[in-house]
Design a protein. Sequence first.
Length: 388
Amino acid sequence: MKYSNLVHRVTGDGADAWRTHYAACAAKHRGEDVIILSVGDPDLETPAPVLERAIECLRGGDTHYTAVTGREPLRAAIARAHAARTGQAADTDNVIFLAGAQNALFAASLCLAGPGDEVIAFEPLYPTYPATIEVCGARMVRVPALPAHGFRPDLEALAASVTARTRAIFFATPNNPSGLILTQADLAVIGELARRHSLWVVADEVYAGLAPAGRVPSLAAALPDQVVTVSSLSKTHAMPGWRAGWMVGPKRLIEHAEALAIAMLYGLPGFVQEAAVTAIGLAPEAELRMREYCQRGCRLVLEALADAPGLHCMAPDAGMFMLIDVRASGLSGYDFMRELYRTQGVSVLDGGAFGRGTAGFIRLCFTTDEVLLREGCARIRRFATSLS
């Protein structure tokens, strides 16, 4: 039997890197001595008021169909939070509630580009980006952000990458995996290119609440008709399993995304939406809790792996992850990941899954229990010492 060509476009890069993670998850479920530092799932509970609101709504029978774009009070809350964070005026017509930031990125790709188009993305990039962007039939064009420059994107290469076929520029700020925050100067160059060539800008700001003061520089206010902002509650509120995300953009785009959502989702659970309203209402304290948690984890890793043979930790601007340069160990990021898990039972991700420039790196997530994180770092140091 034959399959659509689509199945090849959604395979994505870095599939091998996730195999070690999945093996570690299965081993942990069996009760084996493994430490998982390979996924951004914060080791904190969802805030209690959010849980209580969801339970209250479930018991009240809030299990029926909802508006496809999301309930109006939720979209209003998202619009207010977006305006406060970016300075862009927004209302409910500019918002659609979707099943997480990943779903919002997927919808943006399908609505903004198609066969024959090109979409630019900055490396290093999250491993789902290639499939998410190319699912629409467009070709993803990678612009490098090299370790020697602190993973800041090469803006000259960006300008040179724009062609008559370019439709959009996708990026995450703070970046996953590097934790880099794009500066106002970076965004000024990106914005000028977008204006000159009539390009969409899709800003993945799912980690923005973890940046200093809970915000990052944004183009949304300067280019309201061209910028699409994607975010969610997954990282800031320890709610990845709730699948509570959104897209903010021009009204016409939201209408197109609604038509797509009718065919894809047909609305999301009402009890989740009511809980999301509560979560947005307590965002300042929830985000502060998560920022402090991430900062403690980051400091712990930097201290625990300082002077570890063959390793160089790249401190992030913000976020939940750290890239560690393992090239001096004599192993590639992939081989380091595999052997670390085989010999020490510690799961990290191969940096090569995020792009060519990080092939000699591993990505470590530091949002886990402090005792486990210390033990994981001790095992990483032990493994690195054995190589030296």
